[in-house]
Write a protein that binds this ligand. Structure first.
Ligand SMILES: NC(=O)c1ccc[n+]([C@@H]2O[C@H](COP(=O)([O-])OP(=O)(O)OC[C@H]3O[C@@H](n4cnc5c(N)ncnc54)[C@H](OP(=O)(O)O)[C@@H]3O)[C@@H](O)[C@H]2O)c1
Length: 199
C-alpha cells in the first residue's frame, strides 16, 4: 500500500513508520520534517499536500497539538489551539480522504487516553480527543467506496515519560512500538468506526 503518514518523525510516528514501512511504501509528512511539508493547523496546506501526493491507500495521522495548562488560567485562544490543530486538522484529513483514497482505503487518526481518563491540565486535550473519537464513529457510517476510518487512543508512551510522566501519576505507560500495532490493525484490518485504546 501507499500510505501517507503525518507526523512520521515524532515519538509515536517513528514507531508507526517502522511498523508500516516493513510492508508498505510510506510518504512521510511534517511541518519541518519528512518527504513533504504540511501543517494540520493550516487546512489549505493539507489540500495542497494531497494534490501533490495524489491517490493513496491509507492516510495515517500520528500528530496534533493541544494546549496543556491549568483551567483557572486557560483562555479561549489557548483552547482553540487544539480545536484548529489536532481536531480540525485531522478532520480535514478525513474530509480530503474521500477524494484522495483509493477504493477500500483507510483513515487512521490519533486521539489519546485523556478522552476517557482525564488528568489535571488536560481539559483541552480531553475535549479534543473525545471529539475525534465521536467524529470517527459517525464518519464511518457515511464513507463511500468501502473507505474506513478509525482512531487510535494511546495512553502515555514510555518514551514520553521523561517529559509528561509527572502529569500521569500512576498511569502505566506503553511503548510506542506497542501503540504502533493499533495503527497496523487499523490500516491492514477490516474494521471501521473503531477507537483502538492502547493501555
Ligand atoms: N507521546 C505520548 O505519550 C502520546 C500519548 C497519547 C497520544 N499522543 C498523541 O500522539 C500524537 C503525536 O504525539 P508525539 O508525542 O509523537 O508528538 P511529537 O513527538 O511531538 O511528534 C509530532 C510529529 O508530528 C509532526 N507535527 C507536529 N505538529 C504538526 C502539525 N501541526 N502538522 C503536521 N505535522 C505536525 C512533527 O514534525 P514537525 O515538527 O516537523 O512538524 C512530528 O513529526 C499527538 O496527537 C499526541 O497528542 C501522544
Amino acid at each position: 500500500m501507499k500510505i501517507l503518514l503525518i507526523g512520521a518523525h515524532g515519538t509515536l510516528g517513528q514507531a508507526v513508520q517502522a511498523n508500516l514501512a516493513a510492508r508498505h511504501s510510506i510518504v512521510s509528512v511534517g511541518r519541518n520534517s519528512g518527504d513533504y511539508r504540511a501543517d494540520l493547523a493550516q487546512p489549505a496546506s493539507l489540500a495542497a499536500l494531497l494534490d501533490k501526493v495524489g491517490k493513496v491507500d491509507a492516510i495515517v495521522s500520528a500528530a496534533g497539538n493541544v494546549h496543556f495548562g491549568p483551567l483557572a488560567e486557560m483562555t479561549a485562544e489557548q483552547f482553540n489551539i487544539g480545536l484548529q490543530d489536532k481536531l480540525l486538522g485531522q478532520v480535514q484529513l478525513a474530509l480530503l480522504a474521500q477524494r484522495y483514497l483509493n477504493d477500500g482505503g483507510s483513515v487512521t487518526l490519533t486521539s489519546g487516553i485523556l478522552s476517557t481518563d482525564p488528568i489535571r491540565y488536560g481539559a483541552s486535550a480531553s475535549a479534543v480527543n473525545g471529539a475525534i473519537e465521536a467524529f470517527v464513529a459517525a464518519a464511518a457510517l457515511e464513507l463511500p467506496r468501502g473507505l474506513r476510518i478509525n482512531a487510535v487512543s494511546p495512553t502515555v508512551l514510555t518514551e514520553s515519560m521523561a517529559a509528561y510522566g509527572a502529569y500521569f501519576a500512576g498511569f502505566e505507560p506503553v511503548s510506542a512500538e506497542r501503540a504502533a500495532l493499533a495503527y497496523q490493525r487499523s490500516v491492514e484490518g477490516a474494521q471501521t468506526g473503531r477507537v483502538y485504546q492502547v493501555q
